[in-house]
Design a binder for this molecule. Sequence first.
Ligand code: SF4
Length: 353
Amino acid sequence: MDKELKKKLAGRLRSYGLPGPLSVMEICGTHTTEFFRTGVKDLFPDRLRLVDGPGCPVCVTPNEYLDRAIEIGKSGAVIVSFGDMIKVPSSYSSLGAERAKGMKVEVVYSPMEALELAEKDPDSEVVFLSVGFETTAPGEAAVALRAKERNVKNFSLLPGNKLTPPAVKALLESGEVRIDGFIVPGHVSSVIGSEAWEFIAEDFGKPCVIAGFEDYDLITGTLALMDMLAAGESKLVNGYARAVRPGGNPRAMEVLYRVFRAADSEWRGLGPIPSSGLEMRDEFADFDASRKFRVTLPEPREHPGCRCGELLRGLILPVDCPLFGKACSPERPVGPCMVSTEGPCAAYYKYGR
Ligand code: SF4
């Protein structure tokens, strides 16, 4: 971003007169990190509070999902995941701890690598942990389609994907926390389309901005939100029009819904939310690890003292957790919000202290 322009916009942001103390919520782990990393959060006027919502996929995945992955791993299957999940505490262990005891756990950068592992090792069952929002789900669906096409019988996905608009709707319906406006993620919106967020303004009377991830996007997105808040307006503003169309990416959505269908889903901190997750369609049952492996799960439990649940509902900030930076750090995470680079506790630990 041009330095002069940034200076000008930053000055406007800093000197903005707001009608009163206001809270805005971002619901994307990348936004959590980028607001800190770019320094844009430091430019906020005193009366504007930025709270983190349920925007980090690893953080909102309940312990029961990891408990299931671990039990499947104990049956001899190779568990394949993106790196963040390995360190996330489950109810009684973690994939990393189980790997140290001998479980086969592999880290990949794309779900396609997991399929390749299965093809190279036809005698092993390979299970990919399909966790993420609308941004990653089309890629995971594409891999399931490829596995079916190639008849790779030893490959499956453990579906844990979530859909973001139903979670925002659930938060708003609960009325538990006062949120005056929303900043929603550009990448998710490029898949689902700007229209998917219209309910925030239309049904709940809250202003909402779709924002990208550069400092320019963050500043102009926040300014657009503040303009609406100051004027008492509730609209949806697409601040990332270079990538987001009203109807999103129909090709990605078509691939996603060819493999998955919407289903009720459990979110850490938010509980069960109708139609907020993805389950595999019956045609893909052979590639669905939750149906392929019948395992007995331990009683799920949260870690005593960890306040990730309240954090993901926007009730507290990471620094309000008594364990933050003491018993809980990125080296020794107690909860998932301290693990992922997109986790709010990890972002506050790295940039916000
Ligand atoms: S600081 Fe650690 S224990 Fe506290 S909410 Fe964050 S992840 Fe959980």
